[in-house]
Design a protein around this ligand. Structure first.
Ligand SMILES: [Cu+2]
Length: 168
């Protein structure tokens, strides 16, 4: 096998991986929001759905946020009639499928908030794929005094104030 062949093959592999990484729509996050709790609470939770447009399963792990010292993926567990949260290292979004973080189920915990989060604030956090890709999410803070948004309501909460007012 000649050296020329090797180098052409190597270049093709490089270009192929560059094209893959250049497609930002392969993993998407929708309907994200963060629960706004009373200031005495150090932790809160974020809810959203992750869509995997790839043809293979993708593992998602917690990333980071400037709004909290740490992020953890938690699941809920029912045992002897008691509900408890447990930390999960990663969740798997199936190929072509979706994984939903929702109240009473999986959620992303924001541990030790670095600032008070009040209704209407915006929080940015990121998730990571097992391969190290970062997925950045912008989520509005919705006070716990308001009902948990349905996906449609969460989408509405993402609109600007002007657009929202226009709907009434
Ligand atoms: Cu939790």
């Amino acid at each position: 096998m000649s050296c020329k062949w090797m180098s052409v093959g190597g270049l093709a592999a490089l270009l192929f991986s560059a094209v893959l990484q250049a497609q930002p729509d392969q993993i998407t996050v929708e309907n994200a929001y963060v629960r706004g709790l009373p200031p005495s609470q150090r932790n809160t939770a974020a809810f959203f759905s992750v869509q995997n447009h790839r043809d293979r399963d993708v593992q998602i792990v917690a990333g980071a946020s400037d709004a909290a010292e740490g992020l953890e993926i938690h699941g809920h567990q029912h045992r002897n009639g008691m509900m408890s949260m447990q930390r999960e290292d990663a969740i798997t979004v199936p190929a072509g499928g979706e994984f939903i973080f929702a109240p009473g189920a999986y959620h992303l915990m924001l541990i030790n908030l670095t600032r008070p989060l009040t209704d209407g604030d915006q929080v940015q956090f990121n998730l990571k794929t097992a391969g190290g890709e970062l997925i950045t999410v912008d989520a509005p803070v919705i006070s716990v005094l308001k009902p948990a948004p349905t996906p449609n309501n969460a989408a509405r909460a993402n609109m600007s104030h002007t657009e929202h007012k226009g709907m009434h």
